[in-house]
Design a protein around this ligand. Structure first.
Ligand SMILES: Nc1ncnc2c1ncn2[C@@H]1O[C@H](COP(=O)(O)OP(=O)(O)O)[C@@H](O)[C@H]1O
Ligand SMILES: [Mg+2]
Length: 256
């Protein structure tokens, strides 16, 4: 089994009296899609914010490549190679595709090509086009503004950006929530492609069918605790639904 790149060990997070996460254990491995499932309020967003350096655990450890670490801020997490695609995508609709692709990274390009304004722009266009192609996304005109793209295409740009800039862990928050069937199939294909290129992907969703289609493993949260972590082969879609709804593989909790 591949070694974990990112691991949570017995992580709890409280906001005053609200215990959002309770003793969570989680492993994320390169070349795998981990589905993070759970009902509303189960703790999914809190968990990804811990992984993204937005929240600090109240107790427990974070391990990066087997070594205990702190993710003190989103910047620290990003420098480690953790990318989060939130539902708003961090994309600016009125900018072109290539400008969005390089958003926040313009300085790196300027350092490489300091005096060549025109060259720099054609370089960025080429790189953006190539990175999209690399993932199987066919958009010829990278000068289009993102506002003209579909929801699935926007997701795909965010995924291609994370892969191109060598993210080790890519966290996707409900990437298929607002998409048509056809668009969903495409985005799931890009998720698989990112995994095949060695990225560790964490997919947050409450659509069990989408999760089951693409995830290698599942961790189900129930009221802030891990109900179960299971390989895809060892759990059915119905059992996942039960885990989400009752915290067990059974349809209903047995009354005690
Ligand atoms: N900043 C916060 N302050 C207080 N309570 C919070 C905060 N963030 C989340 N919670 C609470 O933590 C629990 C888990 O929420 P959340 O992580 O958003 O779940 P999910 O994303 O699975 O719907 C909820 O009860 C929520 O109200
Ligand atoms: Mg949430």
């Amino acid at each position: 089994m591949t070694k974990a790149i990112l691991e949570l060990s017995n992580v709890s997070k409280s906001f005053g009296r609200v215990h959002s996460l309770r003793g969570v254990n989680l492993t994320v491995r390169p070349g795998e899609v981990l589905g993070l499932l759970g009902d509303n309020g189960a703790g999914k967003s809190t968990l990804i914010k811990v992984l993204a350096g937005v929240h600090q655990p109240t107790s427990g450890d974070i391990l990066w490549d087997g070594v205990k670490t702190n993710l003190d801020s989103p910047r620290v997490a990003m420098m480690r190679g953790i990318s989060v695609v939130y539902q708003d995508l961090g994309i600016i609709p009125l900018l072109s595709i290539w400008r969005n692709f390089f958003l926040g990274r313009e300085d790196e390009v300027s350092r490489k090509l300091p005096f060549h304004y025109q060259l720099r722009h054609s370089h960025m266009r080429e790189v953006a086009r190539g990175a999209l192609q690399n993932l199987g996304i066919h958009i010829d005109d990278v000068d289009l503004t993102v506002a003209k793209l579909s929801g699935g295409e926007r997701q795909s740009i965010a995924i291609a950006r994370a892969v191109h800039f060598q993210s080790k862990v890519l966290i996707l928050d409900e990437p298929t929530a607002a998409l048509s069937l056809k668009e969903t199939a495409k985005v799931l294909a890009y998720v698989r492609e990112a995994r095949n290129q060695g990225v560790a992907v964490v997919l947050i969703t409450h659509n069990i069918a989408h999760a089951y289609e693409v995830c290698d493993r599942f961790t189900v949260l129930f009221h802030g605790s891990v109900a179960e972590t299971a390989d895809r082969e060892s759990v059915t879609e119905q059992q996942l639904a039960n885990l989400i709804n009752t915290g067990t593989r059974e349809q209903r909790r047995i009354a005690v």
